[in-house]
Design a protein around this ligand. Structure first.
Ligand code: SAM
Length: 165
């Protein structure tokens, strides 16, 4: 049986969900002052969206190699360059549990690889989130003490996940 959804359908669902979840999480954490972490810059589309709507908090970007659109390239002092398997533990020493919002979009095209990576980085991400902070991810995460919360309107189940401490 072919997948009932085309790759275009899946892509559109992912993009619509990403925006809906980010907008929701930005609004829900707007009174918090802790930093925002963008894990995976890529082309910089979600980074560009976040800095457009987040005015009161610094947005740090974790990326192994910056190759974003020139309009979406973060200032150097807000880039945490390197593999997240190393930079997330270092960030815990630097920031502690202060992040108001963490967005992760680190995956590629292989679902099984994305899932394995999500399992690996979940314990590295979890301790960075402040009390009341939200974590938005394109992949299901494996947290011990964060609670998955319902998706906002327009987000599609399974295409985006939101967790709260
Ligand atoms: N959200 C981005 C956007 O809207 O343009 C797309 C992000 S793209 C799907 C994933 C990014 O995560 C890539 O730029 C890749 O280099 C980065 N990435 C993947 N694994 C990483 C790792 N272990 N450490 C640091 N960055 C990583």
């Amino acid at each position: 049986m072919p997948d009932p959804q085309s790759r275009l359908d899946l892509f559109i669902d992912r993009m619509v969900s990403q925006r809906a979840c980010l907008d929701h999480a930005i609004a829900q954490t707007s009174t918090m002052s802790g930093p925002v972490f963008e894990l995976g810059l890529g082309n910089g589309r979600t980074y560009h969206h976040m800095v457009q709507y987040i005015q009161n908090r610094p947005v740090y970007v974790f990326e192994r190699a910056v190759a974003s659109h020139p309009d979406s390239t973060p200032p150097e002092d807000l880039v945490i360059l390197g593999d997240v398997r190393e930079t997330l533990p270092a960030a815990l020493e630097r920031f502690g549990a202060t992040a108001s919002l963490i967005h992760a979009d680190l995956g590629g095209h292989n679902r099984d690889k994305n899932d394995a990576f999500a399992r690996l980085v979940s314990p590295l991400i979890e301790p960075l989130l402040a009390e009341g902070g939200l974590m938005v991810s394109s992949d299901r995460m494996y947290f011990e003490n964060l609670t998955e919360i319902p998706l906002p309107e327009h987000a599609v189940d399974g295409r985006c996940f939101i967790y709260r401490r």
